[in-house]
Write a protein of this length. Structure first.
Length: 242
């Protein structure tokens, strides 16, 4: 399986602080790759760097063999990398439909955008029933579904999800992971940062454990789930890593 994304030995600083230190990772096309670890491990910083919101001071990021570490966020979206941010980023005063159309703002195929919009509303019936509501009136779970649906309107080649289950009720969390499994079945490549370590590794093919800005462990998701070190650090007593 070929690598869609390859991050090689990058370092990202926040002023004098090295937030990411010599991190390398790969995301094979058609796979789900999970990044897990404690709060402050650098997981969200990694996604923001891949998205172009931050620029590494060292190392490279390749997407389909093309270096992108100096490109701007809109250019990276144009290449097919789309991030669903932590906190969802819903435009609260715009309608649900308007939020979805914002996901396709770089696309020029207007007729197909309309067809995709209809399909998205069918695929997420909870959203279809609220198409004219303002984004800010939706529940937390509905907003998360809207954020994912909006990203899908961009027709991403790589979908990056940052803490999609954070703050949601258990029933909604199960629904979010069901959506991720459906995306995987459709062949959509996903890079997942998730505080629910157990569920993230259950849905993933491969996993990276970040600690203090570095890769502490990496292996197949199944092996990480069976690792005593991972269980002790993140899965013991029903705990999940943030």
């Amino acid at each position: 399986m070929s690598s869609l994304l390859k991050v090689d030995n990058i370092q990202v600083n926040y002023g004098p602080i090295k937030a990411i230190r010599d991190v390398s990772l790969e995301v094979p096309e058609g796979s789900v790759v999970a990044m897990v670890g404690a709060n402050g491990a650098g997981k969200s910083t990694m996604l923001r760097t891949i998205s172009g919101l931050l620029h590494p001071v060292r190392g490279s990021i390749e997407f389909r063999g093309r270096q992108i570490q100096r490109k701007e966020p809109h250019q990276i979206v144009g290449l097919g990398i789309v991030q669903v941010p932590e906190g969802r980023g819903i435009l609260t005063r715009m309608s649900l439909t308007e939020n979805l159309r914002m996901g396709a703002y770089l696309r020029k195929d207007g007729a197909q955008v309309n067809r995709d919009l209809d399909q998205i509303l069918e695929r997420f019936p909870a959203l279809g029933r609220r198409a004219t509501q303002q984004g800010g009136t939706l529940s937390g779970g509905e907003q998360q579904m809207l954020a994912i649906a909006r990203a899908l309107m961009a027709r991403p080649q790589l979908l990056m999800l940052d803490e999609p289950s954070l703050g949601l009720a258990p029933l909604i969390v199960r629904e979010i992971f069901l959506i991720i499994r459906e995306l995987k079945a459709q062949g959509i490549t996903v890079l997942l940062v998730e505080q629910n370590t157990r569920e993230a590794l259950r849905v993933a093919d491969y996993g990276y454990v970040l600690s203090v800005g570095k890769v502490a462990m990496q292996d197949t998701a199944a092996n990480l789930l069976g690792s005593e070190a991972v269980v002790r650090a993140y899965l013991g007593h029903g705990a999940s890593a943030a």
